[in-house]
Design a binder for this molecule. Structure first.
Ligand code: C2E
Ligand code: MG
Ligand code: MG
Ligand code: MG
Length: 291
């Protein structure tokens, strides 16, 4: 490699780094203003019980439609919000909005559980338990109808600090789920100590069942362990009937994924899933117009 080429590489590196930093600062500024400007919204993805063959819950997922730019991938802006600390205000908004939405559904007779993603930065806030208590009181949602999802990786790094808070939240009657389970290398002894109700099997393990025998073995092992620890299991990213039937056959309690529906607006969630009656997932889809 010549000296000149090296210099060019350096310049390219320099300017692309600068662009990256600029892009990030720009996104951070825009994020700061987006809450006031009401650019965020929640969409809701159904959670389906394989035991009762009915919709029993919804996961609230955050969307940011940035004017002039379009929909920003959620993981991308969540990362910036986490690094800048904005996730605390944003997470509080999510918690409040999701609880109020679920309470509104309850008032018309649609008694679903609402699952809310919580970032580890939120969990670290001294007043986090109080926030949860306040939002339940403010919305009137029964505590057992709120589930907090915490990713497995987050739990490990902050386990000691988080444990007391998790127990307090659990004591209120709120449910706790470990999100992206299987990707965080959590030790089973931690799991035993944690007051969790449900494991969410990460979609990477669901993708290739039932054809990939390794993934089948992993899912079976998670189900066996969960059953022994008295935990329920929900599988994420279920996209096909063979995946669903495998999970049903292995005793998995709940599923979530594009097979049933992607996340939809609150209005559409109510229209599509309330009063559609019971029936197997496939029949559900037929009723919903073969989505
Ligand atoms: P997650 O909590 O594990 O959510 C599941 C993600 O998988 C969602 O992506 C969902 O749209 C997507 N998904 C659902 N079903 C399927 C399927 O059948 N196939 C495939 N390929 N994907 C499916 P989304 O909405 O882009 O969210 C990405 C992540 O961003 C979430 O992962 C969660 O970690 C985070 N996130 C979303 N909303 C919030 C929030 O309000 N607060 C925090 N702290 N994090 C959030
Ligand atoms: Mg989640
Ligand atoms: Mg997940
Ligand atoms: Mg995830």
């Amino acid at each position: 490699r010549t000296k000149a080429a090296g210099r060019n590489n350096w310049q390219f590196f320099n300017s692309s780094m600068a662009r990256l930093v600029e892009h990030r600062l720009d996104m951070e500024t825009a994020l700061r203003q987006a809450l006031d400007k009401e650019e965020f919204r929640l969409v809701y993805q159904p959670q389906y019980s394989l035991q009762t063959d009915s919709i029993i819950g919804a996961e609230a997922l955050l969307r940011w439609d940035r004017p002039g730019v379009g929909l920003i991938p959620t993981q991308e802006f969540i990362r910036v919000a986490e690094d800048s600390g904005l996730i605390v205000a944003l997470g509080n908004w999510v918690l409040r909005t999701a609880c109020c939405q679920a309470a509104a559904w309850h008032r018309v007779g649609f008694r679903v559980r609402i699952a809310v993603n919580v970032s580890v930065t939120q969990l670290r806030q001294a007043d986090f338990v109080e926030r949860v208590r306040d939002e339940l009181a403010h919305s009137g949602l029964p505590p057992h109808c709120l589930e907090l999802e915490i990713t497995e990786g987050a739990l490990i790094s902050d386990i000691v600090e988080a444990l007391d808070k998790l127990h307090e939240i659990k004591a209120m009657g709120v449910e706790l789920a470990v999100d992206d389970f299987g990707t965080g290398y959590s030790s089973l002894s931690y799991l035993k100590q944690m007051p969790v109700d449900r494991l969410k099997v990460d979609q990477s393990f669901v993708r290739d069942i039932p054809s990939n025998s390794d993934d089948c073995a992993i899912v079976r092992a998670i189900l066996a362990m969960a059953s022994n620890l008295n935990l329920e299991v929900i599988a994420e990213g279920v996209e096909s009937e063979p995946q669903m039937e495998f999970l049903r056959g292995e005793g998995c309690q709940e599923i979530q994924g594009f097979l049933l529906s992607p996340a939809v607006s609150a209005d559409n969630f109510l229209k599509r899933f309330f009063g559609a009656g019971r029936g197997r997932a496939v029949k559900w889809r037929e009723k919903l117009g073969g989505r």
